[in-house]
Every structure is written in C-alpha cells, then in structure tokens.
Design a protein around this ligand. Structure first.
Ligand code: F6R
Length: 608
C-alpha cells in the first residue's frame, strides 16, 4: 500500500527520499512523487506514474539540491493511476502526502468551496485544500491549523505536510495509518514503515494516533493535539539491514522462503521452557486459555488461512468450538462473541484495517483479544489485550511466506499451551507435541532444498488457465493457501476445494487442461483423498500429488508425486507450505512476472 518518507537534515534530501521510496517499493504502488524545498526555499513537486526509477530520472534532470522534503508511493484508491492523482498534492501554501482515506472528502469539498479548484480526483487534494483554508484562518500557525484540521477529518490518515512559509520543517499527523519517526545522526526522518529508516538508525518511535510530529534539521518533536510536548516511546529495531536485502537471491520471495526454518526457530525456541510452551515473557496469562468457552480467530488473506489450519488443529484437540472469520465479514455480521470467547487476531503487518476494526469490535463486545503479529509496535499489537510476536523479520515480498509459517508456529504453541491448561494434554503429551513441531522445521528445510524438483514441474502449470488444489481436513486448510499463493503471483486462476466436495458440482470444470494439486498427508483420510484423485484423473486432469514419504500408493496414481518427510499428521503443513510456495514462485518466474510486486496488490492493506 502507499508509502511515505520525509526528511530534514544535512544530507541531500532528493537522493535520500528516492532511496527511501525504493525501499518502500515492496508495499505495492502505481505512481510516485517527491516535494522538497529547493535552494531558494521554494517548494518543488515532481511526480510520475510508474516506478521510482522513472521518478529518479525526472528528478535528476532538475539538478536541485535540497535538505528537506517528502516522498510518496501511491496505490490508487480514489481516482485512477494518473500523474495528477499521484502525491504530493499542492494547494495554496500546503504541500502534502497522505496514506489512508478521508471518508468525508465530498462534504469537505462542498463546505470549503473546493469544487472546480482541484486538479485531481483524490481525497488527498481535498485535504490539502481544507488545510490551506484552515491555515489562513489560524493566521499561519501550523500547530493551531493541524489541530483544527484534524477535528474536521473522518477516516484514516498518515500525513506529512510542508507549509510553504516554514522551509526546513515537516509536520506529520496520523490516525490509523502508521508512521514511524526518528532523529538520527543524519537528520530527522519519518516514514510509513521501518524499512525506509533502517539504513540511518536502529532507534525509532511509532507516532501515536492523534499526535503531531514536527521535524526540523535538528530535532524530531512529538506534540499532543493541544500543542504540549510529549516524550516519544523509543523502540529498537530487532533485525538488521541484511534482513531487508536480497542477499544474492533473485527475488525477496525466494529469500524469504529460505528464511523460514530460521524464522521458525526464532519464534519457537525462546518460548520453550523444559520443552513446553511458556508465554511468561510475553505476558500472556494461562487464565485467558482456561477461562474461555470458545475461540474465534479473525484475520485476512494468508493470515486467515493460518487461522483455518489452527481451527482444524485446535477443535479436535481442545474439544471447544473454534471459529474462523474473514475480518472484513466479521465486522458486519453481528458476531456472536463475548467475554467467554478468546479472540485470536492474526496479522503480519499489524496494520490491516479490517483486522484492526474487527478486533476493536470484538473487544467492545467483551472478548479478550490475543494478537499474533510480526511487526513490533504496530497498531494491532498495541491495541490488543495480549500479543504474541512472531519473529519472521521484515517480509518484503508482497506474497506472504515466512510470516505464514511463523503464524502457524505461534498458533501451534497456543494450541499446545491451551491443551495443557485445559487438561487435554499432559506434560508428556505436550512435550511430544512440541517435539513434533520442532521436527517439522528440518522437514520444511528439506523441501526447500529440493526446490529443483518443483522448478521442473511448473512447466505443466504455466500455460494452464485454471488450477485446483484439493485436500481433506487439515490438507484442505493447507490447500487454501496454495491456491492463493499461485493466483496472486502467477495470475493463474486457482481454487482450493475440499476434495470430497468436488463431485457436487465443481468437477464439471475438470478437464485435461486443468492441473490438480492434490494434498494427501493425513493418514486417516489418505485413501479417501486418493479416491478423489482417481476421480479427477479419470476426467483427464494432470495431477500432482503431495504425500508423505511412507504413503503407499500406486506409482501411476498421479502424473507427478512429491514426497515430504514423514511427520505426525498435524505437522505436515510446514513442508507442504514450502512446496506450495515454491510452486507459486516458479510459476511466476516461468511466466516472467514481477514475483515480488504482483499487479494490483499491496503489502499492508490499510484501506477497507
Ligand atoms: C497474501 C498476503 C495477504 C495478507 C493479508 C493480511 O500473500 O500476504 O493475503 O496475508 O493482506 O495481511 P496482514 O497479515 O498484514 O494482516
């Protein structure tokens, strides 16, 4: 989603902003722009549809030297992908960039007489027009203007603002849309996420909602809306620069697939005490596991698929109802959650607006919220009642891989702890569970090492118009993620289907042009899934079967078989996830697509 960077200090701002925007490219965008005070303290705006490289070329031609400016990558929401709609937007004495959506922009346009005076179709330009009017009413006082401006806004926003008559200064304001800021030896910096800051500092703070930040070449100051100075809560980056570089891999996605075994260990091992899961250091009390009568998991996309796996794992083990909701649906379906419902919210970024809103709704209904989050200090992490951080490090590729596997690891540990607390697992059982979880790590590693096997099979996929992923029980939950991965980066239409359900209609779509990836790792229902494989094969499908090493089945049951190491049934998701991710990865590479930044997608979805 949109990216923001702002800088004031001794370095050349243009170069720094463009490098910062390049660091934010992974979030997904369709246009980019910068605005800065030039040598004469006049504001110059440069923007361009397309990649940051095009903007860089354009900016270089101007040859300006600046020490203060703001930069933005835009992911279109209001208004198409055009140069006019790209940020920064300028109106009167105001130049600004914005992440989020101003919901009452239409009302504000009318109220402030902006009709016919705007050059773009964006809510952001309306915001610039409103702030310009308010700034004049406030006698050119930025702090007073921002307070009055914020009182007029409905929606989500992270703004960075240049006031024409305050050269060298950047003001920022936020509600929902995240901003982080730092004062560094190289100057004052603000950005929508840490990847833009880490080359300059390890210390930063998350800009609190409804606060104003003022950056000058010498300081970063935080104020409440009444203009009182507030001491920021400083945090330290817990990963190093290498984590955000490709380090010799052709794509971030492949690198992140390879990082999974390490990320899993980082997430699991610090929480093991004598071989048992222990959340004391996370401040998560056993009480929340003991007291609940049911569990409700809420998330979006891949994170929701991790929740689907957790449901299939938890319900049989804990013998309590476990529901999973898509966050954007949960919000509007009058959910049945209460104080006896443990709500588990899953989010890599911790900023997904639907997940955040769903969590707030559940908390309002009395449910304690336990968040499984990767980004430290993110809004969901801060607002949840309890947080279990995953330790994947930064995930740069838009398609989630390592964040998914560490979410699973965290959920497996929660399940194990709940089992202990609720008397469903004795010490020996819990130790065995955790032993099985740890065994899944080298099993996943082994499949990543066998990546060439997957690379060779994608020739059977890349020309297919459609593909199906089928499985039963846990295997079905795994297949949901397999289908999402393939469609989002290879653009091959793919669907996950419960294998037994196909014949109730969807089998009509199976033909010799449709590959089927069948996942059959659950011993108890293996034979049943194999029957479904026979059904699709009989209709001409090209079948790729994923099964355990020891599974006995005729050689010619499938066109290709990929065997994973033998693990207890509940734990096969880890090696299977690696295979499914690699299938999607090599299909995207085979089609010569932009693996890390697929079309239309954004990394952190901060709009509804
Ligand atoms: C797909 C993907 C998305 C995210 C979803 C939720 O590869 O990454 O489906 O999982 O947008 O994002 P988070 O986890 O940040 O809430």
């Amino acid at each position: 989603m949109c990216g923001i960077i702002g800088y004031s200090g001794p370095l050349e701002a243009g170069k720094l902003l463009l490098n910062g925007l390049a660091g934010l490219e992974y979030r997904g965008y369709d246009s980019a722009g910068i605005a800065y005070f030039d040598g004469q303290s006049k504001i110059r705006v440069v923007k361009k549809v397309g990649k940051v490289a095009a903007l860089r070329e354009c900016a270089a031609k101007l040859g300006d030297v600046s020490h203060c400016g703001i930069g933005h990558t835009r992911w279109a929401t209001h208004g198409g992908v055009t140069q006019e709609n790209a940020h920064p937007h300028r109106f009167g004495r105001i130049t600004l960039i914005h992440n989020g959506i101003i919901e009452n922009y239409h009302q504000l346009t009318v109220e402030y007489g902006l009709e016919g005076r705007l050059v773009s179709q964006t809510d952001t330009e309306v915001a610039a027009g409103v702030l310009d009017a308010i700034y004049s009413q406030c006698g050119g006082d930025p702090m007073a203007a921002l307070k009055a401006f914020e009182a007029r806004l409905k929606g989500s926003y992270g703004f960075c603002i240049l006031f024409e008559d305050h050269p060298g200064e950047i003001y920022a304001l936020r509600n929902v849309s995240p901003l982080v800021a730092a004062y560094t030896p190289s100057g004052a910096l603000i950005a929508s996420d840490l990847t833009a800051l880490i080359s300059y500092t390890r210390e930063y703070f998350v800009v609190p909602e409804h606060h104003i930040v003022r950056l000058t070449p010498y300081k970063v100051r935080l104020y409440d809306m009444d203009g009182n100075k507030v001491a920021p809560e400083m945090m330290e980056v817990s990963w190093n620069m290498d984590a955000a570089m490709k380090n010799g891999f052709p794509h971030f996605m492949l690198k992140e697939i390879h990082e999974q075994p390490e990320a899993l260990k980082n997430t699991i091992l610090p929480r093991l005490a004598k071989g048992l899961p222990d959340f004391t250091d996370d401040g998560i009390p056993d009480r929340i596991f003991a007291d609940c009568g049911r569990v409700h998991i809420i998330a979006c996309g891949t994170a929701m698929h991790a929740g689907m796996v957790a449901r299939a794992l938890m319900e049989p083990l804990l013998r309590i109802p476990v529901a999973v909701s898509i966050a954007s649906e949960f919000r509007y379906e009058q959910p049945l959650v209460d104080a006896q419902t443990l709500v588990i919210v899953i989010s890599q970024s911790g900023e997904t607006i639907d997940t955040l809103a769903a969590m707030r709704l559940a908390q309002g209904l009395g449910s304690p919220a336990l968040a499984v989050v990767n980004v430290k200090g993110s809004t969901i992490a801060r607002e949840s009642d309890y947080v279990l951080y995953t330790h994947a490090g930064p995930e740069i590729a838009v398609a989630s891989t390592k964040a998914y596997s560490v979410q699973l690891a965290a959920l497996y540990m929660i399940c194990c702890r709940m089992g202990m607390v609720r008397g469903k697992l004795d010490q020996g059982g819990a130790k065995a569970f955790m032993g099985d979880l740890l065994d899944a790590v080298p099993a996943m590693e082994a499949m990543i090492q066998k990546k060439d096997q997957v690379r060779n099979l994608v020739t059977h996929l890349i020309n297919a118009p459609d593909a199906f992923f089928i499985g039963r029980g846990l295997d079905y939950a795994f297949s949901l993620e397999g289908a999402l991965k393939l469609k989002e980066i290879s653009y091959i239409h793919s669907e996950a289907y419960a294998a037994g359900e196909l014949k109730h209609g969807t089998i009509a779509l199976i033909s010799d042009r449709v590959p089927v990836i069948a996942i059959a790792t659950q011993d108890k229902i293996f034979a049943k899934t194999v029957s479904n494989v026979r059904e699709v094969r009989a209709r001409g499908a090209f079948v790729i079967l994923l099964a355990k090493e020891s599974a006995r089945v005729e050689e010619d049951i499938a066109d290709i078989q990929i065997r994973i190491p033998d693990l207890a049934d509940q734990f096969t998701v880890f090696p299977i996830a690696a295979v499914l991710q690699l299938i999607a990865y090599y299909a995207s590479v085979g089609k010569d697509l932009d693996v890390d930044q697929p079309r239309n997608l954004a990394k952190s979805v901060t709009v509804e």
